[in-house]
Design a protein around this ligand. Structure first.
Ligand code: HEM
Length: 294
């Protein structure tokens, strides 16, 4: 029976490292992917495969598409496709680096390491702005229902679709705002995490309220703060059974529906955007059979 990559559903690890790879030698990709399936356990190493890779392999995963080129009200969102996305979960930075090196070696005949980013849990699960992140995440069976494709799609059962966006914060700008304005950007109070009923329509949680969409737009967010040199922000990561819920939220955030832009953009900008399909596991290995690779 197929099961999800367990790292998707588990609580966030203390530390993580994200890797993205681009294709160098398409004809070697299938062999490297088989080798990756041997070393990625789905728990400490979560794997996502991009549209470019699957089309090079001739595999067609219905629902996987490139990240949209979205232009909102006065802003453009970057689309930065990649062939493979890895979320290395752990608790030791050195071990994460060594694991990255081993995986890069396994993939080297076909893939070039394009980006690495270290991430961490901050203050028990807060974004670097200090606001709790993940409060309205579905939990338990609802998390599985939101994130993992079910038996109604037998070929893809146990797999997931992930949207990944690296946001860079201008924390100086955020800190210059009066605290009431900061709370209104998010739509929750930083001091006690209470939702602010009369927050402006631009408040992030008003833009993205999952139950306010038709149909409801539930995703399982597994975002983590990141830091690199003087910069920091949020690696936004949302797993779902399709990209529809994420895209519905994003379209509303950039003002495509009603001209109102999410207040997050006052202090943070997305620097990347990509979609990946996360295969299920079968007998402890990534199940690549939907790609006709075994
Ligand atoms: C700078 C980037 C972002 C930051 C700092 C951020 C932060 C937060 C915070 C603090 C909350 C409130 C607590 C919670 O329910 O988790 C929240 C809620 C939420 N965010 Fe974000 N977020 C970011 C980007 C995004 C993006 C790009 C999306 C989707 C396109 C998104 C979707 C959501 C959803 C669905 C909720 C829960 C809404 C609800 O149902 O109440 N977020 N976010």
């Amino acid at each position: 029976m197929n099961t999800p990559q367990t790292g998707i559903l588990l609580p966030l690890p203390p530390l993580a490292r994200y890797l993205t790879f681009l294709i160098d030698e398409a004809e070697r990709a299938a062999g490297c992917l088989r080798a990756l399936a041997e070393v990625a356990d789905g728990e400490r190493t979560v794997v996502g495969l991009g549209h470019s890779l699957l089309s090079a392999l001739g595999g067609d995963i219905s629902g996987l598409r490139p990240f949209p080129n979205l232009a909102g009200v006065g802003l453009e969102l970057p689309a930065t496709p990649a062939a493979i996305w890895l979320w290395l979960r752990g608790d030791d930075r050195g071990e994460l680096l060594q694991r990255s090196r081993r995986i890069a070696e396994v993939l080297a005949p076909a893939f070039r390491l394009d980006g690495t980013l270290d991430a961490f849990v901050y203050d028990g699960g807060r974004d670097l702005t200090g606001y709790e992140d993940g409060t309205e995440n579905p939990a338990g069976d609802a998390a599985t229902a939101a994130a993992i494709v079910g038996a109604e799609q037998p070929l893809l059962a146990g797999s997931s679709f992930v949207a990944v966006q690296r946001w860079r914060h201008d924390l100086g700008r955020f800190e210059q705002m009066p605290s009431a304005e900061r709370d209104h950007c998010i739509g929750r109070r930083r001091c006690d995490n209470e939702e602010i009923d009369d927050a402006p329509e631009s408040a992030h949680v008003k833009r993205t309220a999952q139950e306010s969409f038709t149909p409801p737009a539930f995703v399982l967010r597994r975002s983590m703060p990141w830091a690199e040199g003087p910069h920091g922000g949020l690696m936004f990561v949302a797993f779902a059974t399709s990209f529809e819920p994420f895209e519905a939220q994003l379209r509303r955030m950039v003002g495509i529906e009603d001209g109102i832009v999410d207040a997050l953009f006052r202090f943070s900008q997305p620097q990347s955007g990509a979609y990946f399909w996360c295969p299920a596991m079968r007998s402890g290995r990534l199940d690549l059979s939907p790609l006709r690779l075994r």
